[in-house]
Design a protein around this ligand. Sequence first.
Ligand SMILES: [Zn+2]
Length: 428
Amino acid sequence: MNDLLLIKNATLVDPEGQYAGMCDLLVKDGHIASIATSGTSMAAPMDTVVLDARGLFLAPGLVDMHVHLRDPGQTHKETIKSGCAAAAAGGFVALAAMPNTSPAADKPEILSYEIEQAATTGVRVFPIAAVSKEQAGKELADFERLAEAGAVAFSDDGHPVRDAAQMLAAMQKAHTLGKRVISHCEDMSLAGKGIVSDTAAARLDVPGIPAAAEAAHAAREAVLAESTGTPVHIAHVSSRFTVALLRDAKRRGAPITCETCPHYFSLDDSLLDTRDADYRMNPPLRQKEDVAAVIEGLQDGTIDAIVTDHAPHTAEEKADFLTAPNGVVGLETSLAVGITYLVRPGHLSMPQLIRKMSSEPAKLLGIDVGTLQVGARADFVLFDPCASWTVQPEALHSKSHNTPYKGMMLYGIVRYTISDGNIVFSKT
Ligand SMILES: [Zn+2]
């Protein structure tokens, strides 16, 4: 660890709005020791590592509350270590790992394994535990023991919790432990064996997943939350119908929160006409109207957080459009997609984007990240918001390269990721 690290001349992006403009920031023993604003340049004590950040924005380390690390069980796609390397390259210092590993994360030992594997990577992994044993939708997992072992939330993500009574019981149990259930909303009686949006399905003559499959299930969750006062968090919102009903529920005071992913505010289902499985994920890309509604939901606060739903699959697995598994990688493009599609067009300010990628998810999970308060852990990212790059899949740190942004030009390059006062990623 660098005992003393001085970041000079950075432009501070503070989600809490305490600081603005050019700043020097001093890190001591892994914590933020002081911040000097508006030209009051800080002198460097002896033995200080000095990092000149002129032209770079400094923000709290990013937090991704929805990641599939594939480890244990599917380490040919990703390992915890390769996933953490991809995360550091994307500006993330903390990940919440979904439990659909093999075996599923329904036991304390698996949670401990995840935390230990991440320990030396510079990126902290916070496990999300399964709602039901083996994610089979039958018996609830042991929430108390899983919370003791470090579970920050509960989810059967990958699958919906089909039974409403089981969902409510899970929400209530999680709530007594100060946690939330994260609900993958997909009414399987409507979604069937669909692989793309219903509109793309009609063009391509393949089975579709209608927007109603997500929205109908999210409506159930909203009513459960509002009628009982029990919080729930809705995963990866993709449809305009879901945005509208969650907005209404929130306005009435329902304790409901939700997230979306970069692909739902930047891409639409016209890409599916290429019959390339790298554009297939669940929920699927939808219409331009849905993209616009997701952006509006981000603007008015209906959507609380931006997550990647990072879902690595190998090129072999993605080779066949019809049979490929769903999912895209996202850790290394998320910040740039946010800058390119939300900040540059003026939909969100930079602090608003950073809030949805750091302090909001940190709050939802109850973890100590996402702040630039003096005394806080020195977890932050330094990035150049104006620099552009072209996404080359083979250059990604993730073990899998299934990015829907391949060949696209994005703005925003992460230069340094700093975790606990240590530089864990740099690109100069
Ligand atoms: Zn999901």
